[in-house]
Design a protein around this ligand. Structure first.
Ligand code: F6R
Length: 637
């Protein structure tokens, strides 16, 4: 992951870099740092932990000179300090980084920017240099001295090595990258050079083209407040930026034609409004998102979406979803709905696992990647894997300006969830789940199946109101839920269409509160997990009664599995509909949701689970919006 930013032009670089890092902190927040350049001086300021720490260091710069490294020749702190302050105030060229640690602990030493041995260059990097261990060992044999545990420092030292051989910075970078195996988005500045050098392979990197200024970022939403002219670097390209110019070359040094797109994105609104956390705000936004999706989805009883697809579902014999985390759970709901309604076999693969073996797909197979960010490296790799095996590919993503969107063009469906700031997915997840219903209906339509559009669309249209009612129960949920804060283990169970929601509930709880939680199919509990149950392990069940005999069977079996857990003294919790009278005497805690049919219940049952994770995490004093060790956009495999 990690986020990188850069600026070259006429404005104060420090301000732009800090603003950029703020908007990129969803990509990691283990540490952050900036490097500024003016004339032949470089100033590096970096800090462990969140961006606030870096901002505080910069604000108190003049009284804490030891926190900075000025790479000019002077050794006198007072002079270093004065020159450093001058760079902070005047520099119009710099790069910055927010880190999600891959190689090396998340400490000060390993924070970016990194340098070569003599401190001539400053480099920031997002990605993983796979052969860094071998490269480092070889460089060490040659006498190069390393200061950090990072893979990035290897690139800095390689550049230095080639510069020692008389190459200029661009050629040295090119030669270094020829030796590197792995993913990278890199920005480099140097004391003895006035430009910013960029390189990209498999990690995102964009340039925002301005008037006498240029911006660099991992994500275009960071620069659209300054310019909507965006250049997305392609893999194995190098770019050289000055204030007035952008040159792009391949790794052989051949110049490459530049393709500028005009982004329609608006600057991200990062306001919490009346809410204490972005997470709570985003939970509350769900009725609006779902309502918009449904309003856009239908004209009369016809699906208005998926029009731009270059194939028809009648030619598809099998669908495979590839996704990670919450998006994988949405895909599991999709399997249930599509197989039930549209009678097409559906596989769901964890994206990183799909890449671990040859893809057994052919040209009548459709492989659909689901990804909020559109940048998840595992999902991107899985879709590429499917494409190279000649399957049709498609994406369901929340970002129309992303690598996954680009790869799958024109076969995209963009969820309208808007920017999700909180690291844990809420509104993006429910919009992905809703997309599964729309997709299933589209397949029925293309295959001209005998499907009751009218009554199902009627039920779909009721969802925003039902979800809204659920959200209004926030305070009631809170009073029921926070008493579970001190348990250390949880089991989440359900069957059928709500089994993926049990997985999602467990994921939300563990990522926000750091409490261990496992999601399991209710029927599978007796085959092993039941062994962990006792009075210290609450079991949360999702039990939604059904209209059809089939749904009723699922419901009854879910209840009887819940009884098995209760018999082991586990505190028993259930999510059930308002009108369900069976559950009151069976469970210690009944969390009510408005009545909804079983097949449409996953989106609704998700809401109390989001609140459960939120309230417990907040009660335990956890960082709700930026839980430890996580990042919103996972751009490494
Ligand atoms: C969980 C969460 C993650 C993401 C996963 C995939 O709350 O946010 O599990 O769902 O990292 O991310 P995207 O959807 O961006 O591919």
């Amino acid at each position: 992951m990690c986020g990188i930013v850069g600026y070259i032009g006429y404005k104060n670089a420090k301000e732009i870099l800090l603003e950029g890092l703020k908007s990129l902190s969803y990509r990691g927040y283990d540490s952050s740092g900036i490097a500024l350049k003016e004339e032949s001086s470089l100033l590096i300021v970096k800090s462990e932990g969140k961006l606030e720490n870096l901002e505080a260091k910069i604000a108190s710069f003049s009284i804490i000179p030891t926190l900075v490294t000025d790479l000019t020749s002077t050794n006198f702190n007072r002079e270093v300090n004065a020159r450093g302050q001058e760079l902070l105030d005047k520099s119009t060229c710099g790069i910055g980084h927010t880190r999600w640690a891959t190689h090396g602990k998340p400490n000060f030493t390993n924070s970016h920017p990194h340098q070569d041995e003599v401190g001539n260059i400053a480099i920031v990097h997002n990605g993983i240099i796979k052969n860094f261990f071998d490269l480092k060992a070889k460089l060490e044999d040659e006498g190069f001295v390393f200061k950090t545990e990072t893979d990035t420092e290897v690139v800095a030292q390689l550049i230095y090595k080639f510069k020692l051989q008389g190459k200029d910075l661009k050629s040295a970078l090119r030669e270094a990258l020829k030796l590197v195996d792995g993913s990278y988005a890199i920005a480099v500045i140097a004391k003895d050079d006035d430009k910013i050098y960029l390189a990209k392979n498999q990690s995102p990197l964009i340039i925002g083209i301005g008037d006498k200024e240029n911006y660099i970022a991992s994500d275009s939403s960071t620069v659209v407040q300054y310019t909507n002219k965006i250049l997305r670097l392609k893999d194995k390209q190098i770019a050289v930026l000055s204030a007035n110019d952008v040159i792009v070359e391949d790794l052989e040094g051949n110049s490459v034609a530049i393709q500028i797109i005009h982004s329609t994105q608006t600057a991200s609104i990062m306001e919490k409004g009346q809410y204490k956390h972005f997470l709570e705000k985003e939970i509350h936004e769900q009725p609006t998102v779902i309502s918009k999706m449904i309003a856009d989805a239908f004209v009369d009883e016809t699906i208005n979406e998926f029009k731009q697809l270059d194939f028809s579902f009648k030619d598809i014999s099998k669908i495979t979803f590839v996704a990670c985390g919450s998006a994988y759970h949405a895909a599991l709901v999709g399997k249930n709905i599509i197989e039930h309604w549209a009678k097409i076999p559906v596989d769901v693969a964890i994206a990183s696992e799909f890449c671990s073996k040859p893809a057994l797909v052919s040209k009548t197979d459709l492989v659909i990647g689901i990804s909020q960010s559109g940048e998840t490296a595992d999902t991107l790799a899985a879709i590429k894997n499917a494409k190279s095996a000649n399957a049709k590919i498609m994406a369901i993503t929340n970002k129309n300006d992303s690598a996954i969107f680009d790869l799958c063009k024109p076969n995209n469906y963009v969820t309208p969830a808007g920017i999700e700031v909180s690291v844990a997915s809420t509104k993006a997840f429910t919009s992905q789940v809703l997309a599964m219903y729309l997709l299933a209906m589209k397949i029925c339509q293309d295959k001209k199946l005998n499907f009751d559009f009218q009554s199902n669309i009627y039920e779909l249209r009721a969802l925003p109101i039902i979800i809204g009612e659920c959200i209004e129960r926030e305070n009631q949920y809170k009073s029921q839920m926070i008493k579970y804060s001190n348990y250390r283990d949880f089991l989440f169970l359900s069957r059928g269409v709500n089994y993926p929601i049990a997985l999602e509930g467990a994921l939300k709880l563990k990522e926000l509160s750091y409490i261990h939680a496992t999601g399991y199919p209710s029927g599978e509990m007796k085959h092993g997990p039941i062994a962990i149950l006792d009075s210290t392990v609450p079991v949360l069940n999702i039990a939604i009664s059904g209209k059809t005999e089939f749904e009723q069977t699922i419901y009854k079996k879910t209840l009887s599995n819940a009884e098995e857990a209760k018999a082991r003294m586990s505190p028993s919790i259930v999510i059930a509909c308002d009108s369900d009278e069976n559950v009151e005497n069976l469970f210690d805690e009944v969390i009510r949701i408005p009545d909804v049919s079983q097949i449409f219940s996953p989106i609704v049952a998700t809401i109390p689970l989001q609140f459960l994770a939120y309230f417990i995490a907040e009660n335990l004093g956890k960082d709700v919006d930026q839980p430890r060790n996580l990042a919103k956009s996972v751009t490494v495999e």
